[in-house]
Design a binder for this molecule. Sequence first.
Ligand code: CP
Ligand code: NVA
Length: 317
Amino acid sequence: MTGSNTGQYRHFLDLGDAGGDHIAAMINDAINRKAARASKPKGAVDSDAPLAGRVLALVFEKSSTRTRVSFDIAMRQLGGSVLVLDSASSQLGRGESIADTARVLSRMVDAIMLRTDDHAKIEEMARHATIPVINGLTDSSHPCQIVADLLTVIEHGKALPGLDVAWFGDGNNVLHSILEAAGLMKFNVRVAVPEGYEPDSRFVERARTGGATVTITQDAEAAARGADVIVTDTWISMGQAHAEEKLAAMAPYQVNAALLALAKPDAIFLHCLPAHVGEEVSEDVFAGRQSAVFDEAENRIHAQKSVLLWSFGLLGA
Ligand code: CP
Ligand code: NVA
């Protein structure tokens, strides 16, 4: 679960690779860069073009819309470029090893983003790469998403220390990164999940060790009451079987108007997307005034620019 920092480049396999101070620096940088280019077209380069000439390989073993587009636009705005490798159309899909892929890409490009299933694969990529490796989602975690989520929370006027975040549904990869962030940034997480779908206890323990209060409950209403942020995700993640039994277990954890009404009046609703409206979230909440899901999606660009700069050793001491 940990990446190593080697020389001038840094792997970003999980939020803990950066730590709380550097995540705060990433968020500040994202706010500043976003403001500085507010009037520019989306593909225009930031005035300092800090990654001019650098190429990022985007390697996908799973589908993506936001991660793919936001990394591409992020690199363009930083002055660099990307190439995309889908496993099905590359030699990875025919069994070439992660280690050899890492060695070859390290000779040809300047950084690698990998979206894959088993987290051990990205650790293997990082071990054999001599360039930064960035986690674009694994079965275990989704750290880039959570940098964007934290940025969105702050943009909506909330401070992270002491924040009460309430999660509903499946104890999945996105929740794991929220828990990791909670320990690093000192906010609290109430997790409302059905029995058998709890998050990995290692992420819970890490959050608690960091000083976060983490509550795991089967009582959705108790979790929602007084929360600052209400968040959910698909009940069936990529690679998981579409089981009727799981959908039935999840049904009481839908984020709907009645649940949201229990949160603070200025609470915001987050969802990493893609959403399954009518399942994990009702239409009125998804499209309602407290929903920040499209700010959150846009912020993937701004957050990833900071992650990229950090990975190249250009942000954070
Ligand atoms: N939220 C997110 O990572 O979306 P994609 O799967 O479309 O990349
Ligand atoms: N938990 C979801 C997140 C998608 C961005 C999945 O892994 O499919």
